[in-house]
Every structure is written in C-alpha cells, then in structure tokens.
Write a protein that binds this ligand. Structure first.
Ligand SMILES: *Cc1c(COP(=O)(O)O)cnc(C)c1O
Length: 825
C-alpha cells in the first residue's frame, strides 16, 4: 500500500457550482434528508458540514506540521468558551462567501436566514469566556499550534426572556439540533478519580484510592483563523459514567439505583454555572473544575509522550495558560501526574510545573477569588490536598527568606484561620504554581500588585505583568459590520483584517467630508436594521435618526446599569419640565443577563423595563427619549447591536472592571465612549485621545481613599436635588404605581450602603451626558471623532494580545505583522 492509498477525494471548492454540489451531497448523505422536503435547520446543518469539510484538510495539515517541526504548543484551559455562532466567520475566514451565497441562491435558500438558524453556543457567561473564544481565533490566525480545553456543557447559559419586565430563565438547549461542527472522539477517554483516601504502598509511595471514577470523553471543534491557513482544536470534555448501568440492580427491578451513579456522573457536564464572579461554594463546581483540568492534563501529557521521552522537557515544548482560577487545580494535578503516574521526584515535578503553567487573573473582588473549605477539598481531592500542603511548605520557606517582615499567614495557600479567606486559596495556588501571572489591563495589573497579590508580589517580584485584553477584528468588525468593513477595505485596503494596527491608515480620512458622509451612511444602515429588530421583537418603534446609546453586558451592580437608568429618569423629568426645548434625541439600549440568584440585578432589569414603559408611552416625550431592553444578550445579539451604536456606556465603578472588551468592540465600530477611568478604558483614552472620549467620575484611587476615609452617600443625595428627585420617584412608585414599594431596596442600597459609588458619580455623569448631547448635535464633528475611534483602537486586537502572551509568557515565536501585509498583497 503506497502513501497515495490514503489520499482522500478532493473537496476543494472552485466556484459556486462545486459548492452547490457539496451542500446537496451533505444534505442527502450526511443529514439524510431529501432536498425537496428539507427545512431550514437541515440546510443549515448541510452548510455547516460542508464548511467543516473545508476545514479538515487544513486542520490535519496544521497538526502534521506541529508534530513534524516539534513546535511548542499552547494549551488554553478555560471553564468557559463563549464562541457563539461559527458559520459566518468560518465562511468569511475561508474566503468562500461568494460561492456560498451563489450556491444557496441556486438552491432557492437565503444565506442570512440560514446563518440565523445556527444555534448560538453560549458556553460562557461574559467577558472571560468571550476572551477565550477571541484568543482561539487569534492563535489560529497567527499559526500558533494550540488547543482550547473546556467543558461541553449540555446546557449553556440560560436563555433570558421578559415576563412583565422581569427576567425569566429557560434552559439553553443548544445541542438539541446537534452541534454539527464537532467530531466526537469516543476513543479519547480518560478516567477522572474523585474522593477516597490516600495510603502508602510497600515502597513508601503515596497511593490514592479513589472512591469514584468518572470518564471524560472528547469532542473536537476545528477553529480556523484568517484565510484558514492554520486550524486549531477546541477540545471539550463530556462526563460519562464508568459504568452506564448497574446490571445487578437493574435485574432486581430497582431501575432508579441502577441509573443513579450514571446520573451523578453526567451531572458534571450538564450545566454552566451562571456567574463568573461569585464563588458558589458548591461541591459540583469543584468537581467540574477538576474534571476538565485533569482530562486536559492527561491528554496533553499523552500527546507529549507520543513523541518525547523526557518529561523535564515539558516547559520547552508546551505552555499551559490558566484562564482565571477555575483550572488552578492544574498546579496540583500536574504534580500528581508527574509524581504518582510518571515517577518523577517532587522537587523536579514542582519545577516543571511552575515553568509550564501561567495564570491570568480576571478580578480583584475578594468574594470572587475562589477558595474551598478544607473539609470539602479534602473529601473530593485528598491527594491534591497533600501535594498543596507540600507546595505551601516550600513556598513559605521562600517567602520567609525573601521578606523577613512578612506576615506569613497572608501568603499561605492553605489557611487554617477562621477569618475571611480560610481554606484552600486558589488564587494563591495559581500564583505560586505559575512562572507568570497576568492582569488583563495596565490598571488591573497595577491594582493586583497593590491589593490582592501585594504580599505575593513582594515574595516573587516581576512575576506579575499586564497583558491588555483584545478582540478579534474578524468577528467584531469584518464579519459583523459589513457596511463599515466594505468602506474600510475600499478606502485603505484589507491589511487591517489580519493586522488591525494598519487600520490607522484611515485616520486622515476623518477630515474628508465625503468619507465622513459614507461612514455615517454605514452607521445609518446598521441602525436601520437594529431599529427594525427592536420594532419586531419589542413592538417599539424607534427612529434611526436619534443617538443609539448602548449598554450591553452582564447585569451587575459594579457595571452600574442603575446609574444609566437613573440618568434616563433625570433626562425624562427634564424633558417633561421643558418640552419645547431643543433636546438631543436618544434611544437607550440595554441588554444583559442577571445571574438567576442575584436579586438586586434582577430588580434593576425590572426598573429599566418599568421606566421604559412610562417613557416610551409618554406622548410629550416622543422620539426624544426611548428605552429598549433587548432580551437574551449573547454573542449574536452583540454582533447586531455593536455596529449600530453611537455611544458606548462603560461606566463601572473605577477599580472594579478588570479590563472590559465590550468597550473595545464598540470603539472599533465607531462608537464614542462615555466611561470611567477603569480597566482598559484608561488605555482606550490614551489611544483615542481625551478629545474623542467622554471620561467622568471618581478614579480608582479616589474610590479607594473614600472607602478608607468613609463615604456618606446620604449627604451626597441630600445635596443634589436632581439625584434626590430621581431616588424619590423610584422609591415612591412613580414607575411602579401598581406596587409602590417595589424598588425600595434599590433606594435603600444607594442611601445606606452605596458600595458602588452610584450617588457619588451621579452629578459628574449627568454633566458629561449633557456634553455628549451637545457633541452629538454637531454631526460632522461627531463623525470625525467616531472615525478617529475606529482608526486609533487597532492596538486592542486579540492578535496583539496573543503576541504579548507568546513573547512575555509562553516563549513561542509568532510571525511579524508584516508577514500578513505581504500575504495580503
Ligand atoms: C464582549 C462580550 C462581553 C463582555 O462585555 P463587557 O462589556 O466587557 O463586560 C460579554 N458578553 C458578550 C456576549 C460579549 O460579546
């Protein structure tokens, strides 16, 4: 048998007719449907399978190259991958849009309609999960051999609808129609042990006797980069019982207990925890984290050992990135596998582990830094607790030697005290077990050194660095905003798609009246589309002429949607008081989900909808103010709202938003930001220039000082009549006459416990919004500034972020951006 025996028939497409044949072939022979009787889902499945075929050769070539050249690999471990839909991006990345459109036209199908019927894979909550998805795109684009590793949740983030203005939650069953992108790998299975106890064998070696074993089985999704030159793998793990059914019980007729352990096992990959900022403290959460981390580490060690012998080479051949503390157990698990399974000594294993792992921190909020009680941790992972205690001893010796005056209690990984923070501190574990620890913006990295990791930074100086987040320009401009993307390509060429910093070539056109008009026309087209969707979904008629003022992100008190709706109320009262004045008309758009257990966030959703009801039906106000809460925020909805935005609300309490990435997407699409000096807003401001952004409010330092010196929100409220009138209206039931006390809790919170400084920033926010009004009224000047935003935020590309990781953390080579410029010519 010669090598050619393995050559598959070619599936390379050269034109629409080829494409048509391939789609029909998939529909008939893979989906198993008669084209005459196929519904939209069938065509969507057929098109996805056709595109997947297009990826397979490139995917295998990428894998082959990585093996042949023994390239260093990157493993990105993340509890969440918010990938959304893949079809449009894949078609565009592969340069197949024309033939696909034409082929579907020949078949009498509508391309856009088929795109919309692809389920939105919501395997994440928000920014953290979306970052992981953008990074997969960039690693493929830059040709870095990489795997994303995560969990294949059967139910992703819940689907949100509104029930009389209240959030209602339904399960997201994205797998119901099948995930046609993935390949099931039933042969790739690992055993994941839990519980039991640790003993010793005859030679004195520690032996873990687990009380339960669950299987992790792999599902692979190919992820193509720009032009499809390199295709990486997203490998998600599904939990399976080691024994499907206990036949003895079954034969006894006890069907429930026959299935019980199977159900318990499968629960692990059943649901995504609906919040990435609070520690649920749940046994299941810990089991989920260990499950996917252990499976991933076993898998990457197997791959390494298939071509290498010496495990001490691990750090030269791979880099493992921990996306937040969720996979922090990797520190102990990698040690366990090296020591218990592969017979390496503790000291050597510790060194290998630290040189291989690195950790990205995503939040400074103390309540969000995971910690597990010793009882729970010891019961679920007894061997890991031993290993962590060993690491802690080494670490405390280092700490004592490095900093004599240090209070060692503060840097321990395993804390026995009863205070806040006792138990196994996963942030400390991840920090100590990594060679690099990064924050996600410059400000965030700075604050890490000043707050949560102050002591650890003193022990391990230089370990912390900042890598500011980025977003992929393929999804977040080129494919989601066709009108603007086409205009840019016509004006400055296509180089920016692969090298976003090249978008600065459009800067001179900000002074070109003709270009400004075309830029406005693109924005207008996007606004008309969104207006139509708002009318269709909410029954609310809105004018595309008004300012589209957008706040889209998870509902959370620190993100301060409340500040925004309070400003809307103030504006509403002002318009009613002087209806004949020349107000700048606005549509306020909100979208975002609240964690199901987060009552305050859910109450704020209701407040937004109650205010919307009053304002939208007030004939005196008309188009001058409209409020739209668009339900079920997800990646696809973001892709429709962002291109239509004029104003981007990034108004978190300073010091609380680690980076934000929504801010980057919106600025890139030509929205001006109104925001605080928080997260990446600081760097966006530096790049677009102070004249092209509206900054207001307390700085992170001022907030911190207030916290120390005491902040009296009641005095602030009393001294500001507008603020007082807004709170009085909310608290007395002006927007909820059927239940006047409905929003009392909100008013009480701001009056007695305004942790997020809403009252403190209200006056500055109001002033700044009125400056925004004046600026928007000058259409030409606003367009000029909007263009400058698009032109100057090229640095916030995920490609740049990945180059930074590659250079500063992973020690991986990447091609220079100029390589792409040449390839594009
Ligand atoms: C970008 C994005 C986020 C993050 O938004 P922030 O404003 O940075 O919080 C969350 N969810 C989705 C669907 C996104 O696309």
């Amino acid at each position: 048998m010669d090598a050619n025996s393995f050559a598959p028939p070619s599936r390379r497409i050269s034109g629409a007719e080829d494409m048509r044949r391939l789609i029909v072939d998939k529909l008939v022979y893979s989906v198993g449907k008669d084209p005459e009787h196929s519904v939209r889902q069938d065509w969507s499945a057929a098109l996805i399978l056709a595109m997947r075929d297009q990826l397979v050769d490139r995917w295998m070539a990428s894998t082959r190259k990585a093996y042949e050249q023994d390239q260093k690999r990157v493993y990105y471990l993340s509890m969440e991958f918010l990938i959304g839909r893949l079809l449009r991006d894949t078609v565009i990345n592969l340069g197949l849009e024309e033939p696909v459109r034409e082929a579907l036209t020949m078949l009498g199908r509508d391309y856009e309609e088929i795109l919309r019927s692809e389920p939105d894979a919501a395997l994440g909550n928000g920014g953290l999960g979306r970052l992981a998805a953008c990074f997969l795109d960039s690693m493929s684009t830059l040709g870095i051999p990489a795997h994303g590793y995560g969990i294949r949740y059967e139910n992703g983030l819940f689907r949100q609808s509104l029930d009389d203005g209240w959030q209602a939650e339904e399960p997201e069953d994205w797998l119901n129609t099948g995930h046609n992108w993935e390949f099931e790998r039933p042969e790739v299975v690992y055993q994941i042990p839990f519980g039991g106890s640790v003993g010793e064998d005859a030679s004195g070696k520690r032996v873990w006797q687990a009380s339960e074993v669950i299987l992790a089985s792999a599902f692979d999704t190919p992820i193509a980069g720009w032009r499809g030159n390199h295709v990486n793998t997203l490998r998600l793990w599904a939990a399976r019982p080691a024994k499907r059914i206990d036949l003895a019980s079954f034969n006894r007729g006890d069907y429930m207990s026959a299935m019980a352990s199977a159900v318990r096992a499968e629960t692990i990959s059943r649901v995504l925890y609906p919040d990435d900022t609070t520690d649920e403290g749940k046994n299941l959460r810990l089991r989920q984290e260990f499950f996917f981390t252990s499976a991933s580490l076993q898998d990457l060690l197997r791959r390494f050992l298939s071509t290498h012998k010496d495990l001490r080479q691990l750090p030269e051949k791979m880099a493992i990135q921990l996306n937040d503390t969720h996979p922090a157990i990797a520190v102990a698990e990698l040690m366990r596998l090296l020591v218990d399974t592969h017979g390496i000594g503790m000291d050597a294993a510790y060194q290998i582990t630290r040189n291989t792992l690195s950790y990205t921190n995503h939040t400074l909020m103390p309540e969000a830094l995971e910690r597990w009680s010793l009882t729970l941790f010891g019961a679920v992972l007894p061997r890991h607790l031993e290993i962590i205690r060993w690491i802690d001893e080494q670490h405390l010796r280092t700490a004592a030697a490095a900093q004599r005056s240090l209070d060692l209690e503060r840097v321990r990984i395993v804390d026995h005290g009863n205070g806040n923070g006792h138990g196994v501190r996963m942030g400390h574990l991840a920090f100590v077990g990594s060679h690099r620890v990064n924050g996600v913006s410059a400000l965030h990295a700075d604050l890490m050194k000043q707050t949560v990791f102050k002591d650890l930074d003193a022990v391990y100086p230089g370990r912390i660095l900042g890598v500011t987040n980025g977003v992929t320009p393929r999804r977040w401009l080129h494919s989601c905003n066709k009108p603007l993307s086409s205009l840019l390509i016509e004006t400055i060429g296509e180089a920016w798609v692969a090298d976003l910093e090249a978008i600065d070539a459009v800067e001179p056109f900000a002074d070109d009246a003709g270009f400004r008009e075309r830029f406005r026309a693109a924005k207008r087209e996007n606004k008309e589309k969104l207006a139509a969707e708002i009318q269709q979904r909410l029954g609310l008629k809105v004018s595309p002429d008004v300012m589209f003022d957008v706040q889209i992100k998870r509902m959370h008190e620190y993100k301060r949607q409340l500040l925004n709706i309070m400003e809307a109320i103030a504006y509403y009262f002002a318009i009613r008081a002087e209806p004949e004045k020349d107000w700048t008309p606005r549509l306020k758009i909100f979208a975002g989900k609240a964690a199901p257990g987060y009552q305050m966030a859910k109450l704020i959703i209701k407040l937004i909808n109650d205010v919307a009801r009053a304002v939208n039906s007030d004939a005196v106000v008309g188009d001058r103010l409209k409020i739209a809460f668009i339900p079920n925020y997800n990646v696809s909805l973001a892709e429709r709202i962002i291109p239509a935005a004029d104003l981007s609300e990034q108004i978190s309490t300073a010091g609380m938003e680690a980076s934000g990435t929504g801010n980057m997407k919106l600025a890139l699409n030509g929205a001006l930001t109104i925001g605080t000096l928080d997260g990446a807003n600081v760097e966006i401001c530096e790049r677009v220039g102070e004249d092209n952004i509206h900054i207001f409010g307390l700085t992170a330092e001022e907030v911190a000082n207030y916290r120390l010196s005491g902040y009296d929100s009641r005095a602030v409220i009393e001294s500001h009549p507008v603020l007082k009138s807004v709170l009085d209206a909310i608290g007395s039931g002006v927007f909820s006459p059927e239940e006047p006390g409905r929003f009392r809790a909100i008013v009480d919170r701001l009056t007695y416990d305004d942790y997020f400084f809403v009252a403190a920033d209200f006056a500055a926010y109001l002033d700044t919004q009125r400056q925004v009004d004046a600026a928007f009224a000058d259409e030409e000047e606003w367009s000029r500034r909007a263009i400058l935003n698009t032109a100057r935020v090229g640095w916030f590309s995920a490609d740049r972020a990945i180059r930074d990781y590659a250079r500063e953390i992973w020690g991986v080579d990447t091609p220079p951006p100029s390589a792409f410029a040449e390839a594009a010519e």
